[in-house]
Ligand binder design. Sequence first.
Ligand code: PLP
Length: 409
Amino acid sequence: MNYKLDFIRSQFPALDKDWTYFDNAGGSQTLQSVAERISDYLLTSNVQLGASYNVSQESGSRVNQGFDFGKELVNAKHRSEVIYGSSTTMLLQQLSKSLVQTFQEGDEVIVTNVDHEANVGPWLEMQDAGVNIKFWEVNKETFELELDKLSELITEKTKLVAVTHASNVLGTIMPIKEIAELVHDAGALLCVDAVAFAPHRLIDVQELDVDFYVFSFYKVYGPHYSLLYCKQEILECIPGINHFFIGNEEGAYKMQPGNANFELSYGYLGYKDYLEACYSEHFDQSAKTFREKAVKVYDLFADHEEQLSKKFIEFLKTKPNVKIIGSEEWDKDIRVPTISFIVNGTKSDEIPIQVDEYMIGIRYGDFYARRLIESLDLMDNQGIIRVSMVHYNSLTEVDQLIQVLDQII
Ligand SMILES: Cc1ncc(COP(=O)(O)O)c(C=O)c1O
């Protein structure tokens, strides 16, 4: 299959400039189709929803189309299971505020020391209500979170396990379906942070059988806006955090104080436009549904990303003074192309600044996975250097970065 990278890149106006973006796990470039829809909403239908006049009806229908797409994108059973908010951090804070009311003193929650703090901090706060927190810790040699360690931590008191779908530092993809089985066998709930996974692979919350699943559109080619899936039967049982008169029958709205953002909910339909255009560009028209098309397109993206990972990891492995922080495999089933490393004898902050000169954006730090960087004793090293690629990056861009790094390290 000929990967039409020129077509793909042409959909992102920012890629037409001189910079190479390898900080995509921090935030991806925005699709023209998304920006246009946001602008069109604001300029032609920005009124309050729910009134009888025509423009309000039109706005309502646009926002509902956006909500339908959110449901389709994650393959939720019901539209009401999809909650929107300003960020993943905020949505998880809101979720924890609700869930804690259903937990009792002595209940247990398991978090990891690999996760971004967004999926750790809100659960730790439950300690104030007498909830005990246990840490599922990374193997410092292999950089893996091992399932048998999780099994050892789970008890009959476990109420919730919070884990990442892909680490924003290690790039490793976690076996969420297997984890869900373990967690559910113990009668507990599973909350998955998919922020570092969603830009790379198609999500299917029903297949994964997760209870809560969250990610942010600004890393998936859209605006600063986020989505939290919450399984219907759980959503019905947890206390809402909206006004007292917003009841269960309101579905997601009970978890959305201040409501969803209308222009961004509608605007993100531009991502659907893009996936459909990518499908038409690469395939005959045999797929009928959006999901069928999306599966094919995401497979293409994953194959391309695997080549990017391979090229960059192979280069890093030629450098004796470099240590990859994460798996050295490039297999698309094992990792996403978020690749971190350290350089022996050099602090991580010294490298990106030299790469900047070549108009290539990479970065260093702990990426708010502070506990991971602390556990690997890398805080004094200024954390790790991260090169995070997505499907719109080219092998030529990777080559350019390699040439620059080859001189520096
Ligand atoms: C893995 C991961 N989880 C959560 C977050 C937080 O997302 P947000 O900025 O939407 O709160 C980030 C942001 O970098 C992240 O990389």
